[in-house]
Design a protein around this ligand. Structure first.
Ligand code: NAD
Length: 269
């Protein structure tokens, strides 16, 4: 039996992940603004530094300082009247600060995994604002929030998910992480039927555009399909995955970015 913490565990992908892990006999610690149906449920607002600190302290207390897995799912999508700064603080800092805060407990496991939620919007949203990705990479939350508000939450969303994937890939290969037995990977789902997508679809400005997004498979993803990949990446047969960003999107990325990956590595001059 492993002990795995999941943020955003009260809904969607986080809830489906917790349910699958519990059915496999694992102990789950859920963190959310709403109560989660997990072995232990902590209420915390991860868009604030105080909420993140309380969540880290609560997880450490519940796992006695030894954590086998962490799945930071809590996140919000962009909407016309939602400030970009909220996504900066929740999607990015609410993920990376939690991972950092749990580092020592993950290292204490000896064989731990982190699976973060990026998105296929990183490669398929036209005009992704790189200035926000760069602001996030500095780690200055207040400065990044200001850029996020200027950007607006609709385009801030893919930027937070790109910055997260880059943050994770940079660290995953380092002695401090993989050298301490912590495998870190990200997944990049496409449109998946959760409350987040329902909220976007119900918005008169965004909904019609979301419907036009090409899905070669001809349907949206199901939270259980995403949860299966997360659970595989948390498991003992996935230890060779380090710093990967795995797309699970019904073919959208392959359709829109066919020849952009793999690309040739130039001979260093
Ligand atoms: P969801 O809305 O079903 O679940 C998100 C959860 O985050 C909810 O339980 C919510 O209460 C929680 N949350 C919101 N604000 C919070 C806060 N301030 N503090 C703590 N918890 C908070 O959405 P989902 O689709 O399951 O999304 C899960 C993750 O997957 C998100 O990071 C999202 O960006 C990512 N993702 C989703 C899709 C998709 O199509 N659904 C695609 C790509 C990536």
């Amino acid at each position: 039996m492993k002990t795995i913490a999941i943020t955003g565990a009260a809904s969607g992908i986080g809830r489906a992940t917790a349910a699958q892990l519990q059915s496999e006999g694992h102990r789950t610690i859920g963190v959310d603004v709403n109560k989660a149906d997990t072995t232990e449920s902590l209420i915390a607002d991860l868009s604030t530094p105080d909420g993140r600190k309380a969540a880290v302290d609560g997880i450490l207390e519940h796992c006695d300082g030894k954590l086998d897995g962490f799945v930071p799912c809590a996140g919000l999508s962009g909407l016309p009247d939602r400030p970009g700064s909220l996504l900066v603080s929740l999607n990015y800092f609410g993920t990376v600060e939690m991972i950092d805060g749990l580092h020592d407990a993950l290292a204490a496991s000896g064989e731990a995994s982190v699976v973060a939620l990026s998105s296929n919007s990183t490669t398929t949203a036209p005009g992704l604002p790189m200035q926000l990705v760069e602001a996030l990479a500095t780690g200055d939350e207040e400065a990044a929030r200001a850029v996020g508000d200027k950007t607006g939450s609709i385009m801030a969303y893919p930027a937070t998910k790109m910055a997260l994937a880059r943050w994770l890939r940079e660290r995953a290969v380092k002695e401090e992480w993989i050298g301490r037995g912590i495998n870190m990977n990200a997944i990049a789902p496409g449109k998946t039927e959760t409350a987040m997508v329902a909220e976007g679809m119900a918005d008169p400005a965004i909904g019609p555009h979301m419907d036009k997004f090409p899905m070669p498979i001809g349907r949206n993803g199901k939270p259980e399909e995403i949860a299966s990949l997360i659970c595989f990446l948390l498991g003992p047969t996935a230890r060779f995955f380090v710093g990967s960003v795995i797309f699970i999107d019904g073919g959208t990325d392959a359709l829109l970015r066919t020849n952009d990956f793999p690309t040739a590595f130039p001979i260093p001059s």
